[in-house]
Design a protein around this ligand. Sequence first.
Ligand SMILES: NC(=O)c1ccc[n+]([C@@H]2O[C@H](COP(=O)([O-])OP(=O)(O)OC[C@H]3O[C@@H](n4cnc5c(N)ncnc54)[C@H](O)[C@@H]3O)[C@@H](O)[C@H]2O)c1
Length: 441
Amino acid sequence: MSDPENTMDRKAFLTKSAVLLAGGAALANSALSYSRIAGANDRISLCHIGNGSRGEELDVIASQLKTSHNVEMTTVCDLWRVNREKAIATNAKYYGRTPRGFQYFEDVLALKDVDAVIISTPEHSHSPILKMAVEAGKDAYVEKPMGNVLAEAKAARDAVTKSGRIVQVGTQHRSEPYPRAAYELIQTGVLGDVSKVEIVWNYHGPRWRGRPESKLIREADTDWRKWLLTKPYRPFDPQMYCEFRLYKEFSSGIPDQWMSHAIDLVHWYMDDNFPRSVVANGGIYAWHDGRENADTFQALLEYPKGFLVSYSTSFGNDAPGFTRYMGKKATLFNIGGEGSPLYQLVEEKGNHEDDPDVDKQRSSKYVLLPGQTGIPPMGIDDMSTEHMANWFECLRSRQQPHCTVQTGFAHSVACIMAAQSYWSGKKLYWDAASETILDHA
Ligand SMILES: NC(=O)c1ccc[n+]([C@@H]2O[C@H](COP(=O)([O-])OP(=O)(O)OC[C@H]3O[C@@H](n4cnc5c(N)ncnc54)[C@H](O)[C@@H]3O)[C@@H](O)[C@H]2O)c1
């Protein structure tokens, strides 16, 4: 565990080196160059807040980087005793030292020897905890969506900007090699003018019902009022606690869970961050199990640069997923659902008016990594380490990571608008100047 005094010294040093890096071309700004500066070998002391299902994955990921990036999970924090104790035990195995366990994140934020926090609580608490974390001087990795209440997401973004803390938002595909290769390809202008992006990610099953934890959890083992955080009191409900993705006060479901990943990539690839307007529809057609959120959902988002995005998910049928960026010169296909590394570029070769046989002349190629010959796989799990590694590197270099709080705010706005449009039945407009959602143009 870090020594509090030394950690404070190091923190002051990190801030100082960040100023130098920002201001001076003389200093190279990579983690490597930082590692040559005195004090850089200090271990980064982490606390993980929210040790549930995604939390277990993030613990594995962080532990895989413990030596290469010199980090240690010194502290874990979860309201629920069972998950907290599990996280203490697994992290003790990963690091060979037992981390401290806390029930309340406020107590963790008061610890001087914690440098940075990982936040993987349910989405209704992401922005409020992020805001408090940076105000307490902690750097943070926060799961997606960054927020699902506009005022809270704004407040968190403003607090991060003011604090100068290094925040990575958990849309990890931005750090993975194939999406990055696709991004580079798009930057060459190979697609021509893109007028439409179509995304279809399906799944057959009553997703997110039936979490085994719902049958395990007892109110006495957690703190329900603290779990609700900013929401009005209601009686304890174990399904709401563990299957929050199905309940609209806590999550919008498909937009918060999946569209956040999808739209984040669109924003990055198209360099257009806020929709001009959004309209969405859907319903509960496949799984009548008491859920409030749609199991079938589609949103249409229009962007200022002049293109339309269609995002669609069905939980009642597994028809293969895809994303396509449709340009005048080529189409970029991402074959498969969320996070698929399989990208294919298909030429357009002109239009049908000029040549009725144009579709027979279109060549195609896969997007490959340097030196690669085979076809990439069609799916990956959520265990890629690059995003966490990028954050760790930025903690040392004080550079901005791949998914900043600005990009997190942008995906949050798109998802909040989609959810609000679905619930209200109205087409909604983003007023960029006032950062508000309007129901008229
Ligand atoms: N990036 C990805 O690919 C990915 C994948 C899965 C989940 N996620 C995100 O991770 C988040 C968590 O999902 P999950 O399935 O792990 O949920 P979960 O319910 O399994 O875990 C959440 C944990 O947080 C704890 N918790 C809740 N409020 C707390 C608070 N105020 N202080 C301390 N602990 C608190 C709960 O007790 C629980 O143990 C979701 O918002 C989801 O969007 C991201």
